[in-house]
Design a protein. Structure first.
Length: 82
């Protein structure tokens, strides 16, 4: 499959629950048993994801900056780890 490279949005968001905050600060965002780290294009969706399992918290990812530094993905932005 061939994809045309696209410039990503400035920011993407990862919604989780506050109980995972310290672990994520230590380990970063890691796919774990999933194929990719799930990121949202808007903060509202990320908050809704976090609310499913408790008090939400959201990581704001500097996606465009990562792209400019050479961390690229052609069509969508599912990262293995951050």
């Amino acid at each position: 499959m061939s994809y045309k490279e696209k410039i990503p949005p400035d920011f993407l968001y990862h919604g989780t629950t506050i109980r995972f905050l310290e672990i994520l600060k230590e380990q970063g965002l890691v796919a774990g048993s999933r194929q990719y780290v799930h990121l949202s294009s808007d903060e509202t969706t990320a908050i809704a994801v976090g609310k499913r399992h408790g008090k939400p918290c959201v990581f704001k990812i500097k996606n465009l900056l990562m792209y400019k530094r050479g961390i690229k993905n052609p069509l969508f932005w599912p990262y293995i780890s951050l």
